[in-house]
Design a protein around this ligand. Structure first.
Ligand SMILES: Cc1ncc(C[n+]2csc(CCOP(=O)(O)OP(=O)(O)O)c2C)c(N)n1
Ligand code: SF4
Length: 209
């Protein structure tokens, strides 16, 4: 974004340090993949780190915006397509993978990125994951595993640790959590990676499948 809107008149009330930071981010190219819509996640949410890592990865890979499609289900993670500059599809709860498979089959030239929370992908949508893996559709699925149903305010999810107190388990979650990596391994996913949202630079370097 060389025609930076942050450089002066547009935001006269920004202090010079903040304006300098915004210019630096704009000059890095990272904003090329971000839309005008800003995320409304809670302060400190790990999804900001994932967003930063993904914008960096797209910048390094020089993927054209018109070749990118971001597909999601429902949840805090489900809002993702709004925040990226490319094609997007905000689907229904748990159904991002079948939608994405259809998009990829219809237009194999697109880079298809699927995102969703652990409730979306492993709870209500859990039945789709094995089939997307065994069919080996050429897409990237990023599971935002925060171990809880975030949007609906903290019910236990399939990856909630055993014993954790949640809205649905005030005396502690009695169940064993599901391990998404083991699930992917058992269906022989062509690539599996695991990263931490609090380290976006390392997250960005997880190689593509
Ligand atoms: C068919 C259907 N059932 C239930 C819901 C309510 N609902 C919305 S988001 C959500 C869970 C969100 O948790 P998760 O997928 O882990 O995403 P997060 O919000 O943590 O990113 C639920 C149960 C819904 N929208 N649609
Ligand atoms: S509820 Fe959780 S997942 Fe949703 S925006 Fe807030 S911190 Fe992030």
């Amino acid at each position: 974004m060389s025609d930076s809107t942050f450089s002066g008149g547009e935001y006269p009330l920004l202090d010079s340090e903040l304006r300098h930071d915004l210019e630096r981010v704009a000059d890095s190219g990272l904003l090329d993949y971000r839309s005008e819509a800003l995320p409304t996640w809670c302060p400190g949410c790990g999804y900001y780190g994932i967003t930063h890592a993904l914008a960096q990865a797209l910048t390094e890979l020089s993927i054209e915006n018109h070749d990118l499609v971001v597909i999601s289900g429902i949840g805090c993670a489900g809002r993702y397509p709004f925040f990226f500059r490319g094609y997007g599809f905000h689907g229904v709860h748990g159904r991002a993978l079948p939608i994405a498979s259809g998009v990829k089959i219809a237009n194999p030239d697109l880079h298809v990125l699927v995102v969703g929370g652990d409730g979306d992908g492993l709870g209500i949508g859990g039945g789709h994951l094995p089939h997307a893996i065994r069919r080996n559709v050429d897409l990237t699925y990023i599971l935002f595993d925060n171990g809880i149903y975030g949007l609906t305010k903290g019910q236990s999810s399939p990856t909630t640790p055993s014993g954790q107190i949640t809205g649905t388990h005030p005396y502690g979650n009695p169940d064993e959590p599901l391990d998404p990596i083991l699930l992917g391994l058992s269906y022989r996913a062509s690539f599996l990676g695991h990263g931490y949202a609090g380290e976006p630079d390392r997250l960005k370097d997880i190689p593509p499948g």
